[in-house]
Design a binder for this molecule. Structure first.
Ligand SMILES: Cc1cc2nc3c(=O)[nH]c(=O)nc-3n(C[C@H](O)[C@H](O)[C@H](O)COP(=O)(O)OP(=O)(O)OC[C@H]3O[C@@H](n4cnc5c(N)ncnc54)[C@H](O)[C@@H]3O)c2cc1C
Length: 449
């Protein structure tokens, strides 16, 4: 009987294990996961912190017992510490008993995810300083909120940092976001849109300070009391670090598996790595960007689940290819919806396109619809071919998911002119008779050289 070992028991690993099982009932499947959790929704952590989600168990899609019924053997608190690609074995440390064993595999799925980036500053080990990556982090933050903090500081203004700030805001805890870059969401949105988000989030009462590099976290008696940045001390009895993440690829790299230019594991379209029988999927693996044609490494649950399924199909004896990504993502802060797909203007320019961005102010309903809210759409277009390269949206309720229409247009290589006349839906509560996405297409078409 062939033996499949999966390293990492979350989105990519468990999608892969489940799909391999569906296709091949005879495969012996063992999953090693170093935390106490399997198949959990990290995406839900900010919403658990903010008490939108009450029970932690709601964030778990399936338990080890459920996987056991699928004949998938999940070992929690087991860390894989080495891979021997010549001998086809992994070294596993049982973290509870500190027992080390070498386990043989015929097939291996490397799905170790990403690790949070930490700032090189003092004070990270103080009580009251948290990350929001795992369910254990979620438990720790919720426990710290039992005694309501007076002031919260979130270091990092990416989408997770903003979601955590929203959580504190909803709990009526005064919160400040400190961001080193000149705008929030600087890695995913163009500065104009990031500034718009920062302004609107600020109007909610969440303080957003951009261009602010944190120099240390100040402690008293072992507990955080403030954050020092640019000569200013921000009071903080709870601090959340949210500076982005890097692929967990060191274990693979040490084993001699090829890493790509992004530092993540290089894979082909079947999720195969450079080592025979070894596949990789999720945050730890690269993917092809469908617009730039370059290998990228996005950390998104959407991609992890799909790559895991493709890997699992191939591991189970089927034949599937991963078609690449656009980096489509969405979030919200209170009623502000924020979404993006494809390339930002700077990314498009860096990728060699003669790119230009067009802007549009519009509304989520007809001008007379009382609940209509404002939205701003930005489309990035190749001035030579007219092809759409990216889009970003910031607006009120009902605006954000319009990004999916742009994503399909980008996926299919459509031009702005193509998008202008796509037959999209209309009724007054949903849009003007000219849907804003159609108008964005028209505007994009108007800037061709
Ligand atoms: C707070 C937060 C909010 C998010 N929100 C969204 C969202 O709204 N939308 C979206 O698309 N994405 C979101 N994401 C990203 C999404 O959660 C990740 O892309 C997804 O979880 C990646 O799945 P993965 O299986 O590749 O990695 P992970 O979920 O990181 O799982 C990898 C697992 O491998 C384990 N592991 C690592 N090394 C070893 C080892 N050596 N031995 C054993 N086990 C090991 C880890 O403990 C971990 O459980 C969010 C992430 C966070 C942290």
């Amino acid at each position: 009987m062939s033996r499949l070992i999966v390293i990492g028991g979350d989105a990519a690993g468990m999608s892969g294990a489940s799909q391999a099982r569906r296709l091949n009932p005879d495969l012996a499947i063992t999953v090693y996961e170093r935390t106490s959790w399997v198949s959990y929704a990290a995406c839900g952590v900010p919403y658990y912190v903010g008490e939108d989600v009450q029970e932690l168990r709601q964030l778990q899609a399936r338990t080890p017992a459920q996987f056991a019924r699928m004949d998938i053997d999940v070992h929690l608190r087991h860390e894989v510490t080495a891979i021997d690609i010549a001998a086809k074995t992994v070294t596993v440390n049982d973290l509870d008993t500190d027992t080390i064993s070498n386990e043989p595999y015929d097939l291996l799925l490397y799905a170790t995810g990403a690790r949070p980036l930490l700032p090189p500053i003092e004070g990270l080990d103080l009580d009251g300083v948290f990350q929001v990556r795992t369910l254990d982090d979620a438990i720790a933050v919720r426990a710290a909120l039992a005694e309501p903090p007076q002031h919260a500081v979130v270091i990092g203004g990416g989408y997770i940092g903003l979601e955590v700030a929203e959580a504190f805001h909803n709990l009526h805890i005064p919160v400040t976001v400190l961001e080193m870059a000149d705008t929030v969401l600087s890695r995913t949105m163009d500065p104009e849109m990031g500034e718009l988000v920062a302004t609107q989030v600020g109007e909610l009462g969440i303080v957003v300070n951009t261009g602010t590099r944190v120099s240390r976290i100040i402690g008293e008696d072992g507990h955080a009391v403030g954050v020092e940045a640019a000569g200013i001390t921000y009071p903080a009895d709870i601090v959340v670090l949210s500076l982005g993440s890097a692929p967990n690829s060191a274990l693979a790299g040490t084993a001699g598996i090829t890493l790509g230019r992004t530092g993540a594991v290089a894979v082909d379209d079947h999720q195969r790595t450079s080592a025979e029988g070894v596949y990789a999927a999720g945050d730890c693996a690269e993917e092809l960007h469908r617009i730039s044609g370059e290998a990228v490494n996005f950390h998104l649950g959407t991609i992890a689940n799909k790559q895991g399924r493709v890997a699992g199909t191939n591991l189970g004896g089927g034949n599937a290819s991963f078609p690449g990504v656009l980096g489509t993502a969405i979030t919200k802060v209170d009623d502000i919806e924020i979404s993006r797909t494809g390339l930002s203007l700077s990314e498009a320019t860096a990728a060699g396109f003669d790119a230009v961005a067009t802007g549009l102010r519009s509304s989520t309903g007809s001008h007379y619809w009382p609940k209509a809210t404002q939205m701003r759409i930005r489309a990035v277009v190749d001035r030579v071919s007219g092809r759409l390269l990216g889009a970003q949206i910031v607006g009120g309720p009902g605006s954000g998911k319009r990004i999916d229409t742009f994503a399909v247009a980008l996926w299919e290589g459509m031009t702005g002119a193509d998008l202008e006349y796509v037959d999209l839906s209309y009724a007054p509560p949903f849009s003007g008779v000219w849907e804003p996405v159609n108008i964005a297409g028209r505007k994009a078409a108007s800037v061709l050289v």
